[in-house]
Write a protein that binds this ligand. Structure first.
Ligand code: ZN
Length: 138
């Protein structure tokens, strides 16, 4: 795996431990440096993030399948949380809520296939967060 040489833009010191990171702090002058992910960094990061949320994703899939027959709107909520986590693994965002513009068209299509309608979190007065996903699974 090729290593990158990243330097602090303020003091010019080499930054260490930047592999797979999106933000580094210079150990000399404390400057915060936003890093652009190389393709290999992006792949590594996506796998790390997937490992982080995989158990939640499995649980959401089980709940989705179990509720599909009895409560399709509930099933859609599990699918929504799943969709946000999938998008989260491949996009660098601070909060899940930032993925809404990407998630909503996918959810509308899923709802159409399930012959129901999708109301986006913003229109429900809600926000999808890791806490809301955990609450859904509790
Ligand atoms: Zn520095």
């Amino acid at each position: 795996m090729p290593t990158r040489s990243v330097r602090c833009p303020t003091c010019g010191a080499g930054l260490e431990g930047t592999q797979g990171q999106t933000l580094a702090v210079c150990r000399f002058c404390r400057t915060e440096v936003r890093l652009t992910l190389t393709p290999i960094d992006g792949m590594t990061r996506a796998l790390e993030k997937k490992a982080e949320v995989e158990s939640r994703m499995n649980a959401l899939m089980e709940r989705y399948a179990a509720s599909l027959v009895t409560d399709v709107r509930r099933a859609l909520l599990y699918y929504e949380a799943f969709t946000y986590l999938v998008l989260w693994t491949s996009h660098e965002v601070e909060d899940l809520a930032e993925l809404e513009a990407m998630a909503s068209p996918l959810m509308k299509e899923a709802a159409r296939q399930l012959k129901t309608t999708y109301v986006a979190p913003v229109d429900r007065g809600e926000t999808v967060t890791f806490a809301s996903v955990d609450a859904l699974l509790s």
